[in-house]
Design a protein around this ligand. Structure first.
Ligand SMILES: Nc1ncnc2c1ncn2[C@@H]1O[C@H](COP(=O)(O)OP(=O)(O)OP(=O)(O)O)[C@@H](O)[C@H]1O
Ligand SMILES: [Zn+2]
Length: 757
């Protein structure tokens, strides 16, 4: 009799054994998906980890079918799953869930993807009729806005008589709703009126368009060529090399040359980016040269698209280059040769929730190690402390590129003392005269400006002017953010929305005021100050879909918009030619986070967003507004003095036992009832302190101690380098088992965040 050990797509640790009925024995090998029963009536698609003939000492059920004719999972991928599960202390089932597109785990067969398009009814396809239509909806503001947006997108607004001046473009319903910021109901109203109609088309999902044009790769400049050669030399000795190159030094061009080399050697490349916003631009740059050898993979792609890419990577003609965000590390690679991790310092490479809470940079390095001679290149203008330390210690190779392409100078950074100006009543709201003058000048000269504020929404909270009451989320311990465009208060932790109160429930006053400033409010104010500006805003609220990203970026690239307001999303990697001014509205908000990485992050964000200025031609200007102009970090940003930042922070880290000298593991406890959560955390803390002594801190209430009605407590464990981490994890699991057996803690959840960011 044959047996299989399988992974279930459930948050369960380890594998489960099933028997293989006669007739299926020949068909099943490790890496294939099988249909298995669980409990009385449930069925799941499980992943075969192992096939063997060891009879288990319990009565096991037979598998009900083999779904694959060849493995869906390669041995390297499975080893990566195991590593992630062990290192990040996440159940193997959670890794399976995160790694494979849902379509491969669902018992439903996946359908071809249809996309819904919107089109103008034929009776309105002439100028006069269109005016009639516009008049019809004139009073229905939302419909009117949606219709004009549709006409602009589709180019039907270019009608002269009954011939369009511009080519008519297909517009998807999703695209329209996105752009017009309207609901499906508004589109339906236009359809009901007979102005628009919809139709379906099947969409080709994969990138099959375009030959590759390797000849179009730009030749490297001397300093770039030098860095390229050094990278290759370092890779002879080291598996990982860090490229520390200032913003706009042309790191991307160097990557492109490395990708070409890998392709010529018939090896595959994984190119990881931290942010989907970035993939849009880099995708265009890579697509130009690599054509249909390039595949894109990230969470804004539909599940069906991801299934197709996965299957293609297993086939005889996989993509040579995969460009993707974090989750692309899970794709199957048959002959991986190079991993590029761009903007390696970015914390969004670490998955926060749900499990597995893995760092894609670490996972990618582990992955590369499983392929003979595969190398990893980390690239950034502002290395993470961990990577830079590893490079300095000789664990990684290090290559520095200190000049911008064409020797353009790094932008001039002017520090503005907001406190002083406010004293002298010279501020217009949160804008200094210097900033406004610089933006005005840029716009006048046909250049562009970027304003950076790391808060989204209209106001981070509202407050009663009389009694100080602040509306809070009923599920979470946080104040609510005001979003004006939808006129709702929202919780950024659980997503719950609330109507905006008209009066204070505490004292009855009607004077409720927004406190603090988010990107939405800045957009409002700036459009009043600069009515001539063509403003775009990029933050989580305006980029819910893939199309939205593409449009925002292409509009700013083409100059259709000329003033971009955004959160950290706009701070890195984006490459625009005509940005001459960058405004950092409030440097202090970044420094006040209660986190040991606050300074490092603030520096990176400021250096990165500054780097968007003056990338082509003339030197850029950055206006940095702060209440604390004398802080050392401000001068480090001004002089782009990464070394002094690094030295300062490293000393602190050594002194206070933080990475890279210590590893951190956060242990979280979650329970509905605060008392039980508190008691359990005290007990667990005591147990752990008994074993690990001073290495255990807490339990503490985290900054947000209640999320989605669950109370949270946190214990921090600091482990010095060199300690046997495997043993530590075993002890932690053991402590967890003890708690699990305690009847008082039935519904208690314990989970871990290893190397928290
Ligand atoms: N060798 C080259 N030939 C032609 N153009 C180049 C070359 N190197 C860089 N450029 C151009 O200079 C600009 C900046 O280069 P790139 O975006 O690669 O910089 P980067 O180092 O990746 O910057 P960041 O760290 O800000 O992301 C781009 O528009 C790029 O096309
Ligand atoms: Zn909430």
């Amino acid at each position: 009799m044959r047996y299989v050990d399988v992974i279930l797509p459930l948050p369960l640790d380890g594998t489960f054994t099933y028997s293989v009925p006669e007739g299926m024995e020949e068909k099943v090998v490790a890496g294939m998906r099988v249909l298995v029963p669980l409990g009385k009536s449930k069925k799941y698609i499980a992943m075969v980890a192992d096939v063997h003939s060891e009879k288990p000492d319990f009565n096991c059920k037979p598998i009900e079918g083999v779904l694959d004719s060849y493995p869906s999972l390669l041995p390297q991928q499975y080893r990566l799953w195991q590593w992630i599960s062990d290192y990040y202390m996440s159940p193997l089932g959670d890794v399976y869930n995160a790694a494979m597109p849902a379509g491969m785990k669902s018992t439903e067969k996946f359908k071809p993807k249809m996309e819904l398009y919107v089109e103008l009814a034929s009776s309105y396809r002439n100028e006069q009729a269109l005016h009639v239509a516009l008049n019809m909806v004139q009073r229905a503001l939302k419909q009117s806005k949606t219709l004009t947006t549709f006409l602009a997108l589709s180019h039907w607004d270019s009608l002269e008589g009954d011939t369009p001046r511009e080519g008519i473009k297909k517009v998807t319903k999703e695209e329209l709703m996105n752009e017009a910021r309207c609901t499906a109901a508004v589109v339906k109203a236009l359809i009901d009126r007979g102005i628009l109609f919809t139709y379906e088309l099947e969409v080709g999902r994969l990138n099959t368009a375009g030959e590759s044009h390797l000849d179009q790769i730009k030749p490297l400049s001397m300093p770039q060529q030098d860095a390229y050669n050094q990278i290759l030399m370092q890779m002879l000795k080291k598996n990982v090399v860090l490229l520390h190159g200032v913003t706009s030094s042309g790191k991307t061009e160097i990557y492109i040359h490395l990708v070409r080399k890998a392709i010529e050697e018939h090896r595959q490349v994984l190119y990881l980016l931290p942010e989907i916003a970035l993939t849009v631009q880099i995708m265009e740059r890579l697509h130009k040269v690599f054509g249909d050898r390039l595949g894109i993979y990230h969470s804004k792609y539909s599940d069906a698209e991801r299934v197709e890419i996965w299957q293609k990577q297993l086939s005889g003609h996989p993509y040579d280059v995969i460009l993707g965000a974090r989750s692309a590390v899970f794709l199957p690679f048959q002959k991986l040769g190079l991993v590029i991790i761009d903007e390696e310092h970015e914390t969004s490479f670490k998955q926060q929730d749900p499990a597995p809470r893995y760092h894609a940079r670490s996972a990618a390095i582990v992955l590369a190690n499983m392929y003979p001679e595969a190398k990893v290149l980390l690239g950034t203008a502002t290395p993470s402390m961990e990577s830079y330390y590893n490079a300095r210690q000789g664990k990684y190779g290090l290559v520095e590129l200190k000049t911008r392409y064409k020797d353009i100078q790094l932008p001039e950074i002017q520090v503005v003392d907001v406190k002083d100006l406010r004293h002298r009543k010279m501020m217009t709201g949160v804008y200094s005269p210097v900033l406004l003058a610089a933006v005005k000048e840029a716009l006048k000269n046909g250049e562009q400006a970027i304003l950076f504020q790391n808060r989204r929404g209209f106001a981070p909270m509202i407050e009663c002017k009389v009694c100080g009451w602040v509306p809070k989320c009923k599920n979470c311990d946080v104040s609510l953010t005001l979003h004006k465009s939808i006129n709702l208060l929202t919780c950024h932790y659980c997503g719950y929305t609330y109507p905006v109160p008209t009066e204070c429930p505490n004292c009855g006053s009607t004077e409720l005021m927004g406190r603090g400033i988010g990107t939405e409010r800045i957009e409002d104010q700036i459009s009043e100050i600069f009515p001539e500006a063509r403003i775009a805003r990029m933050d989580l609220d305006t980029t819910r879909t893939r199309n939205a990203y593409e449009r925002l970026i292409s509009d700013f690239s083409s100059g259709k918009t000329n003033l971009l307001i955004g959160t950290q999303m706009i701070s890195k990697g984006l490459d625009f030619d005509k940005v001459s001014v960058v405004g950092i509205l409030n440097a202090d908000s970044m420094l006040n986070y209660p986190d040991f990485r606050a300074y490092e992050h603030a520096f990176m964000m400021m250096a990165q967003v500054s780097g968007r200025a003056g990338r082509k031609g003339k030197r850029g200007l950055v206006i940095l507004q702060t209440k604390n102009p004398t802080l050392p970090i401000i001068s480090q940003v001004v002089h782009n003095d990464y070394d002094s930042l690094f030295k300062g922070i490293l000393e602190e880290r050594r002194m206070f036992h933080y990475p890279p000298f210590f590893h951190l593991i956060n242990v979280f406890l979650k329970h509905k009832h605060e008392k039980i959560c508190q008691q359990a955390s005290l007990e667990l803390g005591k147990t752990l302190r008994g074993w690990f002594g001073e290495r255990v801190l807490g339990p503490d209430k985290p900054a947000v101690a209640r999320v989605k009605t669950m109370n949270i407590r946190k214990i921090v464990i600091k482990l010095e380098n060199g300690i046997d981490q495997k043993k530590v994890r075993e002890y932690l699991k053991y402590a967890q088992q003890i708690m699990a057996k305690d009847p008082r803690y039935g519904a208690l959840q314990i989970y871990y965040d290893v190397d928290p960011m």
